[in-house]
Design a protein around this ligand. Sequence first.
Ligand SMILES: O=C(O)C[C@H]1C=CC(=O)O1
Ligand SMILES: [Mn+2]
Length: 389
Amino acid sequence: MTDSVRIERIEAILVDVPTIRPHVLSVATLKAQTMVIVRLYCADGIIGLGEATTIGGLAYGEESPEGIKLAIDTYLAPQIIGMDANRPAKAMAAAQAVAVGNRFAKSALEMALFDALGIRRGLPLSELLGGRLRDHLPVLWTLASGDTKTDIAEAEAMVAARRHKTFKLKIGKRPLKDDVDHVAAIKRALGDDVSIRVDVNQAWDEPTAKRGIAMLADAGCDLVEQPIALNNRAGMARLRASATIAIMADEALHGPTDAYAFASEGAADVLAVKISQAGGLRAARAMGEIADAAGVALYGGTMLEGPVGTAAAAHLFSTFPSLAFGTEQFGPLLLTEELLAEPLSYCDFGMAVPEGPGLGIALDDATLTRFRRDGPNRTVRPAPRAAGG
Ligand SMILES: O=C(O)C[C@H]1C=CC(=O)O1
Ligand SMILES: [Mn+2]
């Protein structure tokens, strides 16, 4: 029996960092990203890090950064302070007892608990999660400037620098034909050595999706992500049955139960796994296992997290036996500022999984202080929250 280590204090910090360019999705346009960074202080001096980040405030899902901080400060932290930091599952069961939903808030706490445990045991998070199978993950880049020529130039520079060779295009905001022309132009310019996928972020109804998927297949697109509303699983199954290219579920997946439903009903070829959307590391790992057992392909998704959430995702995805569609762990590269003392390493069209214990990262405290919303020298305003951005 190991000694118990008291959870002393938990901080949830809102951090607003500008993006390198506007990031245009069908549901929002990001000009800055807001992260909730959690610091979990243990009695032995170890501080675990966690992150929960949303897209466009409340435009993408049902939790906002401000709501996540409130849930942690007011409900979840008081519940687990005083508990044993060596027992993440027990602490999270106590959090579960006082909050029915709030997957993102819980996920940030669970991440911080596992980071602290890994540091204490001298083990990378990937080993705590069952063991890493790879040290390098393929990472795609999202072209979402809102302009076809800019997107092509951006993609060409990424390929030349060997940073990315798979691209995801955000569509669904414009008329279908304009979107398909945009995709076709990018595919023509980049050629057969790159893979082009699209993310509709639920913008289409089913008939539009049926036509759109066929047109996109003709344009050389390889995959369509969440074309229709997240609650229309039967529609996803129908689209999948008629499509000649891969159909991926994203927003519809809120944890293992949804992964099971999608897998058993044949409602997607690929599942996008996101730690916070799943409700935490253990839930996200379970989604991977369900997909594997069902023979459904996996993709390592992002909520455009900063480096803390991205490092956690890299550890988790490194343990998946198969990651047929790669990952999109590029969130830190979309930010103007480096929040880590030592940046995550991106090379050879992907990223290195951090090596050190826990998440294997350390924050740059000066940068965090500069960009925290309650900091003395705050320079960035929270992103505007108008619908559609
Ligand atoms: O996939 C999403 O829906 C959200 C996110 C991930 C990459 C990106 O550009 O946006
Ligand atoms: Mn998506």
